[in-house]
Design a protein around this ligand. Sequence first.
Ligand code: ADP
Length: 251
Amino acid sequence: MVKPVLQATDVCKSFGGRQVLHDAALTVAEGETVVLIGPSGSGKTTFLRCLNWLETPDSGRIRLRGDLIGRDVDGREHSEAALSRQRSRIGFVFQRFNLFAHQSALDNVAMGPRRVLGIQAEEARERARAELARVHMSQHIDKRPSQLSGGQQQRVAIARALAMRPELILFDEPTSALDPELVTEVVDVMRELAVGGMTMVVVTHEMRFARQTADRVIFMDGGLVIEQGPPEQIFDAPQAERTQRFLGHLH
Ligand code: ADP
């Protein structure tokens, strides 16, 4: 059997004694786009951040193509170096871009391949140019973040993730910080990646993206995965009462 790209099982997480994830589980197959939806505070971002150990789960296992992330089977924490190697296989796109303000778009994208993968400077820049072209940013490669719109900055951030040639990319509300008129350019790039076969897990409130692009939609509420299925099932015929209520509120 082909190993899933990502497999998370029984993930629990508490903050200050309050449990925000209850045995959350997720399996993502090669080339699949999975979209997590649910009310604010339902644990979507926390779950996403647990997947690449930006948050340390209290318990549970995360496997990337079978390799355990963050912790051994016996519960021993991995070293920072091991964790950094594991994280380099997983792209992460933040709500607020997190670009280096004093660097050009090109340098922002080339930095990971140079510093983390040890690729030569010119080759890293070549790779960065190719990834910036892929997100339709070729004419802006010498600009700094402050000279770019939010949508353009987010596309640079996506190119930065792509430049690491990750096995999957996690997106944490990638359009939430954008002015409404800039959402489409980012959503379009994400759709192109999905169609191109990239493996993606996306937390978003963009229901149009979920409906049109997701292979599978997962509805979370109260730190639990309540229901999952293809978008037409979740949006048109949700089974759980909580899903129905959430989707009903959107109309
Ligand atoms: P969602 O992404 O669905 O909006 P989150 O994962 O951001 O939900 O948050 C789930 C719950 O965990 C919320 O109640 C939130 O306030 C809490 N939470 C998230 N991160 C932290 C943190 N670092 N410290 C304390 N509480 C947190």
